[in-house]
Design a protein around this ligand. Structure first.
Ligand code: 5GP
Ligand code: MN
Length: 316
């Protein structure tokens, strides 16, 4: 059932033991909005725990509360009055779905949200889940502080490509300005994320060598098979390099992270890439989406390119 922001705030106020979770393979928005909400609820005197079923990259240790994020273990019972899932649909919270059986409040900005939660606050126009949490903090009547600000700024900045993408609206910028007033230090956040291991920077060159142009230059992508992934620490920034190629509308990367398991990232400058990701059970946003294809790199590449071509043809 979809609910309003006011009802979301009322739901949180009514519950004491609250567990927050976000998507596996967590990014700056998943981690930042989870921790930002945790800080706000603690200010209200709630018992709050954050569980994410994945490893949290060390770069995020710049965020206050990073060390308190738990990774669930098999068989663990996670007691709570309410499970809050942010920046995600329930199919991507990993084992938290089984280990915490409390009613679920879902707060999300993905247009592809599957609506499976007991209660859902969905704002597909919000640039980041962190933008919703910022609005929610106002609705809860909590005074913002540096801890909340650092975490939420992380979410806003990473999901908008540092306020460069089309999802950044006046609301986003006003929220960011307010977060600075609360004490956020954007330079610390960007410095923490900029730092890359030497091997990863070098692997960017390997990934860039693999970029291929398709559909007369409207599509570009790089596929890294399992052997390549084993040899190099595959860079997160590769999709950004594909995206900047002149004339490219759809950019993709395909990384075979385990044998016969490929993670796909999709970006676009115009076309709706959720149409491609949804075909493989993934999702995301119009201009940034992703999915997993359980095939080897070569087979997954063929399937992905076919799906991209279909979408291109349908649009032309
Ligand atoms: P990225 O390429 O950065 O991993 O993901 C781009 C966007 O698509 C993010 O908003 C992310 O949450 C979403 N996304 C990526 N992979 C999946 C997936 O497998 N399922 C769904 N529902 N969304 C995804
Ligand atoms: Mn997000």
């Amino acid at each position: 059932m979809q609910i309003s922001l006011k009802e979301t705030a009322a739901e949180l106020k009514a519950k004491q033991r609250i567990v927050i979770t976000a998507h596996v393979n967590p990014d700056g928005d998943a981690i930042g909005s989870s921790l930002g909400l945790a800080h706000a609820l603690r200010a209200l005197g709630k018992d709050v725990q954050v569980f994410i079923d994945d490893d949290i990259p060390a770069a995020f240790s710049v965020l206050p509360g990073y060390e308190l994020i738990g990774k669930p273990v098999d068989g663990q019972n996670i007691p709570a009055d309410l499970l809050v899932a942010v920046d995600v649909s329930l199919d991507r919270i990993g084992r938290v779905a089984e280990l915490c059986t409390a009613p679920v409040l879902n707060i999300d900005h993905h247009v592809t949200n599957d609506g499976q939660a007991d209660k859902l606050y969905l704002d597909g126009k919000a640039a980041a889940a962190a933008e919703i949490i910022y609005q929610l903090i106002g609705e809860l009547g909590v005074n913002g502080n540096r801890d909340m600000a650092m975490c939420l700024y992380m979410g806003l900045a990473t999901d908008t490509g540092w306020f460069r993408f089309s999802n950044a609206t006046p609301k986003t910028m006003l929220a960011a300005a307010d977060l600075l007033a609360w004490g956020a230090e954007p330079n610390l956040i960007s410095e923490a994320l900029e730092q890359r291991p030497f091997a990863e920077v070098q692997s960017l060159a390997v990934g860039m060598q693999k970029i291929e142009l398709l559909a007369g230059g409207r599509v570009a992508g790089a596929c890294l098979d399992y052997a390549t992934m084993q040899e190099y620490d595959a860079p997160e920034g590769l999709i950004g390099m594909v995206r900047v190629i002149e004339g490219v509308d759809i950019a993709f990367t395909l990384k075979e992270k385990e044998p016969n398991l490929c993670r796909v990232s999709l970006r676009s400058k115009g076309l709706d890439v959720t149409k491609i990701a949804l075909q493989f059970g993934g999702g995301g946003h119009v201009r940034a989406a992703g999915c997993t294809i359980e095939k080897n790199c070569a087979e997954a590449r063929t399937d992905l390119i076919n799906a991209i071509m279909q979408v291109l043809e349908a649009e032309s």
